[in-house]
Design a protein around this ligand. Sequence first.
Ligand code: ZN
Ligand code: ZN
Length: 210
Amino acid sequence: MRAAFMTGVNAVEVRETDEPKLDPAGAVLNVEACGICGTDARTFFNGDPGAPAPWVLGHEPVGTLEDVGPDADLPPGISKGDRVFLGSILTCGECRWCVDGFQNLCEHHLLYGYDPFPGAYSERAAVPPIAMKNLIKLPPELPSDLATVADPFACALNGIEALDIRLGDTVVIVGSGPIGCWQAVMARDRGASRVYLTDVSAERLEIALR
Ligand SMILES: [Zn+2]
Ligand SMILES: [Zn+2]
């Protein structure tokens, strides 16, 4: 199969490589699309010790479950062949924070797409056992390329929910990248009467205004 390897800072090469191994407690994803996160861009332009070259990045994958290990624990309602999104923040599920529902504070948290888990800029990608609980089934009407933003979109939504916007509120959003633009739409949806978007990049603002 083919995969895009980051071979060094600012360098990527599409190479033939071995198929991913199926972990008995994991799965293999037939990748249909994979987002390019700001973290991928930072890694690409600056390097990252978690991405030792040659390394396959990509931690916002959408694909179908091509193979599922015999000992795998799939989330309820998901089975082999389903089209899923893989959430990249990997948590142990066993530390006191995870058990109390504060997975964001997990003492052993890791990121899919970084050492030791290669990412999904490849035709097929291994889903490690720790990532099985992060699989989310996708509705058939949602195109795979759009579904890759599930992770940053959830991040934007979480921010808006924390803000508790009321009817008629004025909202200022610092940064008009994809997350800022979504938050502008979400703020309007929640009843904000004025939404200001700011940015240091005129180009970003121009795109945001479209
Ligand atoms: Zn990311
Ligand atoms: Zn934990």
